[in-house]
Write a protein that binds this ligand. Sequence first.
Ligand code: 1CP
Length: 337
Amino acid sequence: MPFEGASMNKHFLDALSNENFSSRPPVWLMRQAGRYMHEYQAIRKKHTFLDLCYNEELICKVTKMPIDAFGFDAAIVFSDILLLLEVFGVKLSFTEGVGPRLYSEGILRAIDKEQIHKKLSPVYNACRLLKEDLSVPLIGFAGAPFTLLCYLIDGKSSTHFSKALTLLEKSREEFFRQLILVKDAVILHIHAQFEAGCDAVQLFDTWMNLLPKAVIDEYIDTILVDICKNVTGPLLFFSKSISDISILQKIPAQGFSLPANYALTDARRVLGKDVVLQGNFAPELLLEDSSFVVEQVKKIAQTMQHDPSYIFNLAHGILPNTPRKNVEMLVQTIKNL
Ligand code: 1CP
């Protein structure tokens, strides 16, 4: 049994079960292990990003880096949402300054548990190893089907994913056929991470907001609700931008990681006291002076301070040029509340 004898930091788990009655929220940051850390840069000089993602020892090392350096209250397994697409036979590459490129041949076919484990066992093995020596909870993650399909069809990063949306225009049936295949794989991937010991899983639907209004209800009902109902542990849902908070009311996740355009206090009022809320400090603010950062962190944290189900986080991933000092100050400010 992990953590025997060692004291386990339970802040994050307490907030997940609506029971954080301490003076401060738990804190972790999206992309907390990444290019803003010199330790990470040093490892990336020797290994490609994908080499890191398929090497269980390196996954463990990188996942632990920000915990050791800053004292976050939760770790997130080092991986990427796009890895799962390789199980479908997609060839994935990442190039410095270019981002991901995906090459797929043929039509998308159903995949099974065995195929997922064969490809992604380094991720699951790393989760098991991490659970043996982390003193904070471990978060797993997956991309949501729409966001994954955007990258799969367009083949690269974009802000509009026109090819994916053109497929939807041409054939709603084919679009949903593909979404369902990806959804089944996402559920298997989430199961495997809970089985490997993850305490929670975050579902990243970064681009959900690009879906036309006429499609969003069907997407939520047939895809997101099915994922939420089929997972065996706490699920936190993230999207980069949400135009209408009532959309979130239709998703039965345990919690929501909110973007910067929505006030946490308003979200609490609309979504009720039982959901976990996470967010929503704009990562751009971490590029400013440390004293300004401290002031802004306090502002958000204090409005949610006595909320037992609130987790401090960013509105989206930390930027690579973020000064390390500001991350230290952010964590210390929260811990001193
Ligand atoms: O070293 C490098 O050059 C790699 C940079 C990097 C990192 C550190 C990428 C490439 N992915 C990651 C890790 C990653 N990605 C994590 C690790 C855990 C953590 O510390 O948080 C997570 C959770 C992700 C999730 C992810 N990857 C998302 C969803 C969240 C979001 O940012 O909106 C998406 C869309 C991706 C795709 C991806 N991975 C990497 C790039 C450059 C991209 C494309 C991003 C884009 O299209 O804008």
